[in-house]
Design a protein around this ligand. Structure first.
Ligand SMILES: C[S@@+](CC[C@H](N)C(=O)[O-])C[C@H]1O[C@@H](n2cnc3c(N)ncnc32)[C@H](O)[C@@H]1O
Length: 260
């Protein structure tokens, strides 16, 4: 019963956070740090996308869903727990229809999908909002809804990053001292900046690298994953030195692709 309470609490605060900030997330062009340092590389890992039936879990206001559809996915369905984010995504779909469908829902329950119905499941910075138990539940559902040979692509904050740098511009999670192992499943506040000087408040439920790989395994993924440790590149520094230089040479995010 204790884990039920945990689930309700962290979901409530996540829903509040994203309902209150949905409009600040809306963008057509790359603007936040991770729009440069993560999403292009995650989308690259999703290729080939053409003709695939795609589910975007934790889709937010639809930035990646729209790009997946523009890259010729046969269908894209976005699910997010925040009504505000889904309203923002749906408004953009109304104003500029791409044929994407959106739904308010929790990533741990995909009962609206049949077994093996999807070719690609994408989750861009979803798992930093889930506990270890919820991550396992969600990944189990992803294995179920993917067809054999289907792919799962996701990005997460690099589990080591918060323990390698002080909480400062242009990206941080405010962990409580050291405690890479002892702080598993604890929630920390964070902030990620945009290039215009504004920022987005984000959260991290800390999990170790081992937690993620154990979760994949427990869920039923048995193949070797492809893993990218995403970072600031020389191209980022050439584009905007003052924005990207403070994070040079640090592991910022992980992008992982694994097949069923
Ligand atoms: C950092 S945002 C990323 C949004 C989007 N994927 C993107 O790349 O722009 C994380 C999103 O995950 C959603 N989220 C958090 N927990 C969720 C859950 N249990 N089920 C579905 N969505 C969830 C939040 O509401 C938020 O929109």
């Amino acid at each position: 019963m204790q884990s039920d309470t945990t689930i309700i609490n962290n979901e409530t605060s996540t829903v509040d956070l994203y309902n209150n900030t949905a409009n600040s997330w809306v963008r057509e062009q790359a603007i936040s740090l991770s729009d440069f340092t993560a999403r292009p590389f995650v989308l690259q890992l999703c290729e080939p996308i053409s003709q695939l039936r795609v589910l975007d879990l934790g889709c937010g206001e639809g930035y990646c869903s729209r790009e997946l559809r523009r890259r010729k996915a046969a269908q894209v369905h976005g699910i997010d727990i925040s009504q505000g984010m889904i309203a923002a995504a749906s408004l953009q779909e109304t104003n500029n229809p791409l044929g994407i469908t959106y739904e308010v829902g929790c990533a741990t329950n995909l009962s609206q999908f049949n077994d093996g119905e999807l070719d690609l499941v994408v989750a861009v910075f979803l798992f930093n909002y889930l506990t270890i138990a919820q991550t396992q539940e969600c990944m189990r559902e992803i294995v179920r809804v993917l067809q054999p040979g289907g792919r799962f692509v996701f990005s997460i904050p690099h589990p080591s990053f918060p323990y390698m740098r002080e909480a400062a511009y242009p990206f941080y999670f405010q962990v409580d001292g050291s405690g890479y192992f002892s702080q598993r499943d604890q929630q920390f506040a964070g902030r990620i900046w945009k290039r215009d000087g504004s920022w987005l408040n984000v959260q991290l439920i800390h999990k170790t690298l081992e937690d993620y790989f154990n979760s994949l395994n427990i869920a039923g993924f048995t193949k070797m994953p492809m893993l990218k440790e995403l970072r600031v590149t020389p191209e980022h520094i050439a584009l905007d030195e003052s924005f990207f230089r403070p994070l040079e040479d640090l592991p910022l995010h992980l992008a992982i692709q694994i097949s069923k």
